[in-house]
Ligand binder design. Structure first.
Ligand code: SAM
Ligand code: DTB
Ligand code: SF4
Length: 349
């Protein structure tokens, strides 16, 4: 049933991503400008050549430490510079974190992603993060953390603790970045990504669209991501969730088909990356989400909450995946089956 598979990427293997092709912004814009059906066709071709058909990676997300952040990211409800409804909280205790991880596993999640507010982790918190990675890993889940900027030695310690992925987004194009964030710059972000890569942790890096940027700026973000050497193993594409009290609260939503196009272009230029349809997905409705899967998205956040906002309802997600005949990625160390979904067929492997 699969047309000429070239290489099937398995989530548990350490991938040697190919040297990236150089993707200038102009060529990425040409992809964006293809007729919609042609773009979908091209994205589907790349997707099917690189991944087993019909599998979606499920990532559950938890906020380990929320709010009171001194950075001024214009989209973020956790910044002290904005007046939002988020109540700052201390770090969750280990039992709460492990209970959430176990539940995520029971519900069929492949990976447990843990976020913390802040520019960078302090030493005391960092020691706790290392313990948390070890404990979650011991449950048989893949782990991902997003803690802000890291020093070289911190990246190495996270690797030694068994961290699989580190999420650190470029968020937008280099020339739009200063419009959104003034407390750090693009190079800071690239430097942390370099340290994560050097430590041998897989890179999860993407951005947010719908923050008032132009299509060319979206293409420039994708160009930055695709030209990383190697490109990220996971690419979250977030749609801005406009939060009351942030400078972007009144941002007009992007045309949903532009979101679909962005997923398709990401799939074409980063063929072996997991492309994640991330924040803002629930608001897009089932038909647009189905188009995103067609465009090559093969990863979602799964579970009731993102960091501070609601995610799509987990039971509705299961129903949507079942309706579309999609199944959770089969990771060798994740035995859990997703309730209510068909078993994997193994002929693709
Ligand atoms: N403090 C760390 C940092 O900034 O790297 C980690 C947590 S931070 C909240 C993780 C990512 O969440 C951001 O880089 C951004 O891409 C995404 N995010 C935050 N608020 C968002 C919003 N309102 N809409 C969409 N994505 C958002
Ligand atoms: C990512 O790219 N998106 C996630 C995760 N990485 C950490 C976060 C989305 C946050 C949406 C707003 C909130 O819930 O606070
Ligand atoms: Fe702080 Fe991260 Fe939010 Fe920026 S995105 S304000 S660094 S928590």
């Amino acid at each position: 049933m699969t047309s000429q598979p070239i290489h099937f990427y398995r989530p548990s293997e350490t991938v040697d991503l190919p040297e990236p092709e150089v993707w200038p912004v102009k060529e990425i814009l040409e992809l964006y400008e293809l007729p919609f059906t042609e773009l979908m066709f091209r994205a589907q071709e790349v997707h099917r050549a690189n991944f087993p058909s019909g599998q979606v990676e499920l990532n559950s997300l938890i906020s380990l430490k929320t709010g009171a952040c001194t950075e001024d990211c214009g989209y973020c409800p956790q910044s002290i510079h904005h007046n939002t409804d988020v109540t700052p909280s201390k770090m969750l205790d280990m039992e709460t974190i492990l209970a959430a991880a176990r539940r995520a596993k029971e519900l069929g999640a492949n990976r447990f992603c843990m976020g913390a507010s802040g520019r960078s982790p302090n030493d005391r918190d960092f020691r706790k993060y290392l313990k948390i990675v070890r404990a979650v890993k011991a449950l048989g889940l893949e782990t991902c953390m997003t803690l802000g900027m890291l020093k070289e030695e911190q990246a190495q310690q996270l690797k030694e603790a068994g961290l699989d992925y580190y999420n650190h987004n470029l968020d937008t194009s280099p020339d739009y970045y200063n419009t959104i964030i003034s407390t750090r710059n693009y190079k800071d972000r690239l430097d942390t990504l370099g340290r994560v890569r050097k430590a041998g942790i897989k890179v999860c890096c993407g951005g947010i669209i719908g923050m008032g940027e132009s299509r060319e700026q979206r293409a420039a973000l994708l160009s930055q991501l695709a030209n990383l050497n190697p490109y990220p193993e996971a690419v979250p594409i977030n749609h801005l969730v406009p939060i009351k009290g942030t400078p972007l609260e009144n941002m007009k939503p992007l045309d949903p088909l532009e979101f679909v196009r962005t997923i398709a272009v990401a799939r074409i230029i980063m063929p072996q990356a997991k492309v994640r349809m991330s924040a803002g997905r629930a608001e897009l409705g089932q038909a647009i989400q189905a188009l995103c899967f067609l465009a090559g998205a093969n990863s979602i956040f799964y579970g009731e909450k993102l960091l501070t906002t609601d995610n799509a309802d987990a039971a509705e997600d299961r129903a949507l995946l079942a309706k579309l005949g999609l199944k959770p990625f089969e990771a060798t160390d994740v035995k859990a089956r997703m309730p209510g979904l068909p078993e994997h067929d193994h002929h693709d492997h």
